[in-house]
Design a protein around this ligand. Structure first.
Ligand SMILES: [Zn+2]
Length: 138
């Protein structure tokens, strides 16, 4: 289970909408207790690819986010990116680039603009995909 505060969800959603028609991306940091991970902070990063189909995080922003998380005693839990035109599930490229089986891969689909869909996934070394439930709290 992954817990996400409504305000962070809203920030992620806005960042992804602002990034259209391209994919948007970022990092999430927080705390892990057993199976429950709580996102305490979402970092909204620049997709330097400026692409509709893939993303690369700005390395300097990524470095600053990791540093900030560490400073605040938070663990880097994973990342998020948007799918402007496809469903909320990892693409073949997403699977290929997923190298950390403990990481949360959040994908926000904006395919149906009125009904954004956010899911979190784990991707193991054999590229098996498993969905993790997200609970959005006020
Ligand atoms: Zn993707």
């Amino acid at each position: 289970m992954l817990i996400l505060k409504k305000e962070d969800y809203d920030r992620i959603l806005k960042h992804c909408r602002d990034g259209l028609p391209n994919e948007a991306c970022g990092l999430v940091a927080g705390r892990a207790e057993g199976e429950t991970k709580t996102i305490e902070k979402a970092y909204l990063l620049t997709n330097v690819d400026e692409s509709r189909e893939h993303f690369s995080m700005d390395p300097r922003e990524q470095f600053a986010a990791v540093k900030d998380a560490r400073k605040n005693g938070l663990e880097l839990l994973g990342n998020f990116h948007s799918h402007p035109e496809s469903p909320s599930r990892p693409s073949e490229e997403d699977k290929r680039l997923a190298y950390d089986s403990t990481s949360e891969y959040l994908i926000l689909s904006l395919m149906d603009e009125e009904n954004p869909v956010l899911n979190a996934f784990h991707i193991d070394k054999d590229k098996n995909v498993c969905r993790n439930e997200i609970q959005i709290i006020e």
